[in-house]
Design a protein around this ligand. Structure first.
Ligand code: IMP
Length: 182
């Protein structure tokens, strides 16, 4: 089924050209902020892989990459706050400038866990760049250094975000209006 005829795809929340423009701006900002201390980009799989790939190419510094895969226990589309590390980093973080790259911050629970976990490994600095921030749902201030877009709290797919592994390759972010698995 093509994108245009998919009845479960609702309105476009962030268009492809808006994403590209914002990613370029974030890349410039990160390039400027880190200067002589290129960050280690830590991508949170799977959702962040599309954003991370575009963002990294917009940063004009010799960045390095690593990835973590995490999964929340419980509901597939809502976090319980209990996070499981499915795949850990390859590199040590001691003394590194670490920039976590996230696709979306919803309740902020996944990120809070990740931040605590990575902070305990002794990085020189630890910051977060998220493409999307759902407004009004975070329990604590998630302390995000870089935010691509603030969006209303609807369930969205595309540009890395999925429903049961689908829609990650949409070049834009759209509302998902179909049934969400519990
Ligand atoms: P949090 O712990 O509630 O902030 O949830 C973060 C994780 O939930 C993200 O990394 C996504 O994997 C998933 N998630 C939250 N909202 C959405 C959404 O609207 N679409 C797709 N995945 C989402």
């Amino acid at each position: 089924m093509s994108r245009v005829s998919d009845p479960h795809l609702g309105r476009t929340v962030v268009a492809a050209d808006e994403i590209q423009e914002r990613v370029a701006a974030l890349g410039k900002e990160i390039t400027h902020d880190y200067g002589d201390d290129p960050p280690l980009l830590v991508g949170v799989l799977k959702g962040a892989f599309v954003f991370m790939s575009d963002l990294a190419r917009a940063i004009d510094l010799p960045v390095e990459f690593d990835f973590m895969a995490v999964s929340s226990y419980g509901a597939a589309t809502r976090t319980s706050g209990v996070v499981r590390i499915l795949m850990d980093l390859d590199v040590e973080l001691t003394g590194r400038h670490v920039l976590i790259v996230e696709d979306i911050v919803d309740s902020g629970l996944t990120l809070a866990y990740l931040r605590r976990n990575l902070a305990a490994r002794g990085p020189a600095s630890l910051e977060v760049c998220t493409l999307l921030l759902k407004e009004g749902l975070q329990r604590d201030d998630p302390d995000l250094r870089y935010v691509g877009f603030r969006i209303p709290p609807a369930f969205v797919v595309g540009y890395g975000l999925d429903v049961v592994e689908r829609y990650r390759n949409l070049p834009y972010v759209a509302e998902y209006t179909g049934h969400l698995p519990e």
